[in-house]
Design a protein around this ligand. Structure first.
Ligand SMILES: Cc1cc2nc3c(=O)[nH]c(=O)nc-3n(C[C@H](O)[C@H](O)[C@H](O)COP(=O)(O)OP(=O)(O)OC[C@H]3O[C@@H](n4cnc5c(N)ncnc54)[C@H](O)[C@@H]3O)c2cc1C
Length: 411
């Protein structure tokens, strides 16, 4: 049972939807209102840069649930934008002029694309990829172009590159760092993905920046790099990271630092307000400083955790982070956080495109990255969640097998 009468959720994305669904599943009988500034039924983002962009699935398949679900479960959806929080009277102010009272407020506002600060970014044919509207604008353009330039070799830029290459577009990726997905994965795994993209015909240029986007008659026709080259491009897609949508939290005086700061129970500095998903900065047992994660796992598990707390079943949030990305024939899955690793051990081989990279920090396993080795990913999730004592020396022994090790050390 919960003593609350009304929960208002700002944001109808992965985390917002999950909170509402879990509240009802856990027996919450009060009023649930989701306020979202995107039109339509809540949907999942991962396929936008994968199956949806490839044309393999339609928009209906993106929906978490059909529209009837929300009516049947008395989850009210308001298409509106939250513009302010009055914490003293517990009211959320909306752009339409309406104002919603809440007993508890959940901020699940996600993040938005960081836009490159260069001339030409406003030209027709330059896209970010965050929303269904972005994907719907981008997809038809793919059909008619010969050259595309991708700014940033992060997950979304590379997923787009793989899709565009599969559609016969000549793709050139510019990355200011020295390898792909460098913030999140180890060098051996980056190298495998570099080789994969090159084998699909994608050109990758590292340690190279963007000077400006070049246009003709208002449409993009090229990209000038910081070394003075002009690359042809009728389409430019940027994926250079995101900015958390934390403005209403800042204005309301909540603690914000790279996202809305929350405690171990995902509560902000106001006990009547939680923050979850891409917008939340939290302490994790898997990191030595507060982190903000941009993943489905994080949004889902945090939504469930807040719903459980509101139903008087509080537990400190400590879920193991995991993530996946699909690029061409390569499926990368990551369990744990590789940040700060000082040693890696590889299982399988890059040549076979079935590789596992075990990442250790000070002798302790902190993350496992797998390419096309889903069973190992599932085993790694179990091992990391239970705090395995596997050492790099053990993992490097000839014939080491994750499955046998997991079975032998099962509590
Ligand atoms: C193209 C793409 C591919 C991805 N692929 C993967 C993947 O393969 N694997 C993976 O784990 N993760 C992936 N992700 C990340 C994952 O989708 C996000 O981590 C997840 O959607 C975060 O959920 P969220 O609810 O926190 O934020 P969001 O899903 O962004 O939802 C936030 C919602 O709040 C709305 N909003 C913001 N401010 C306001 C306001 N003031 N008032 C009302 N509404 C507001 C936003 O418009 C948005 O609709 C991908 C993301 C993208 C964009």
């Amino acid at each position: 049972m919960s003593a609350l009468n009304s929960v208002v959720i700002v944001g109808g994305g992965q985390a917002g939807y999950q909170t509402a669904a879990s509240l009802r599943q856990d027996g919450f009988a009060g009023r649930i209102t989701m306020v979202g500034d995107e039109a339509g039924v809540p949907y999942q983002r991962p396929p936008l840069s994968k199956a949806y962009l490839l044309g393999k699935i339609g928009a209906h398949a993106l929906r978490f649930r059909p529209p009837e679900y929300f009516d049947e479960h008395r989850i009210e959806r308001l298409h509106d934008r939250a513009i302010g929080i009055d914490r003293s009277t517990r009211h959320l102010h909306l752009e339409s002029g309406a104002s919603l009272p809440y007993d508890h407020l959940v901020l699940a506002t996600g993040a938005r694309n960081r836009v490159p600060a260069v001339p030409g970014v406003e030209l027709d044919g330059v896209f970010g990829l965050r929303t269904l509207a972005d994907a719907d604008a981008l997809a038809p353009r793919l059909a008619g172009v010969r050259h595309a330039v991708v700014i940033g070799a992060g997950f979304i830029g590379l997923e787009f590159a793989a899709v565009a290459a599969a559609k016969g577009v000549a793709v050139h990726v510019l990355e200011i760092g020295d390898r792909p997905m460098a913030r999140a994965i180890s060098k051996p795994m980056s190298d495998l993905f570099t080789a994969g993209h090159r084998s699909w015909g994608v050109t990758l240029d590292f340690k190279l920046g963007l000077a400006r986007i070049v246009g003709s008659d208002g449409r993009v026709c090229g990209v000038e790099t910081t070394d003075g080259r002009v690359l042809p491009a009728e389409l430019v897609v940027y994926g250079i990271g995101v900015v958390p949508n934390a403005e209403i939290a800042i204005e309301a005086g909540l603690e914000v630092h790279n996202g809305v700061r929350v405690d171990a129970h995902l509560l902000t500095s106001d006990p009547a307000i939680s923050a979850i998903g891409d917008v939340a900065s939290f302490a994790s047992p898997y990191a030595d400083r507060p982190i903000r994660l941009e993943s489905v796992q994080n949004a889902v598990d945090q939504g469930k955790a807040v719903a459980a707390r509101l139903m008087d079943k509080p537990a400190p949030y400590g879920a193991l982070p995991w993530f996946w990305t699909d690029q061409g024939e390569l499926r990368l899955q990551i369990a744990g956080l590789a940040d700060g690793h000082d040693r890696t051990v590889q299982l399988g081989s890059a040549e076979s495109r079935q590789l596992a990279v075990l990442c250790f920090r000070q002798g302790r396993l902190i993350a496992v990255e797998t390419a096309n080795r889903t069973p190992d990913h599932m085993l790694a999730r179990k091992l990391l969640a239970r705090g395995t004592l596997l050492t790099p020396e053990q993992a490097a022994e000839p014939g080491f097998d994750l499955k046998a090790y997991e079975a032998a050390t099962r509590p």
